[in-house]
Write a protein that binds this ligand. Structure first.
Ligand code: PNS
Length: 161
């Protein structure tokens, strides 16, 4: 069984993430989408909320599991017998950051965790969770960025609607 993990903040999940999830799910037997519980950040959605949203957004893809983790990705991957991490690359600006993380993870894991990059579909290349939140916080239209039920939850957080 080839398992991979797609780690991230997913605060909130966007169509860009869902595009990566769908495509990666076709490459592995099981894709575990895992939400990082990062105590250093103040997210819009709690880890539990993000897991719930991801489960709903991926319910039609049978080989996708949703989980959360804290601490180092290499430890989480080792504990779960996973040797591949998946990440999306939108543009060259993502590359330096992602390259550093991927190389660090490979080195720190004793070459047990490799990273596979999927280039984001062009229609989603401009998308980021931060810009979605900023647009929504000013009441802007995010219908092209996230599923409808996610947009509703975001507006609720900003007391819009
Ligand atoms: O969606 P994000 O916030 O860009 O995801 C970043 C993430 C979760 C992939 C990365 O920060 C991560 O794996 N953090 C866990 C801590 C860790 O393993 N750090 C070592 C890599 S330098």
């Amino acid at each position: 069984m080839k398992r991979a993990v797609y780690p991230g903040s997913f605060d909130p999940v966007t169509f860009g993430h869902l595009d990566v999830i769908r495509r990666a799910s076709e490459m592995f037997d099981v894709l575990v989408v895992s939400v990082l519980d990062n105590k250093a950040k103040t997210p819009l959605f709690s880890v539990e909320e993000r897991v719930k949203i991801l489960k709903e957004a991926t319910k039609d893809i049978p080989n996708v599991q949703v989980d959360s983790f804290s601490g180092l990705l290499i430890n989480y991957a080792a504990k779960n017998g996973i040797h591949v991490a998946v990440r999306g690359l939108r543009a060259i600006t993502d590359f330096e950051y992602e390259l550093q993380i991927a190389q660090t993870n490979r080195k720190l894991s004793g070459e047990k965790l490799d990273t596979v990059f999927l280039t984001t579909s062009l229609e989603y290349a401009y998308l980021s969770s931060s810009s979605v939140k900023e647009i929504a916080s000013f009441g802007g239209d995010i219908s092209q960025c996230v599923p409808e039920f996610v947009a509703k939850l975001i507006y609720e957080k900003y007391h819009i609607l």
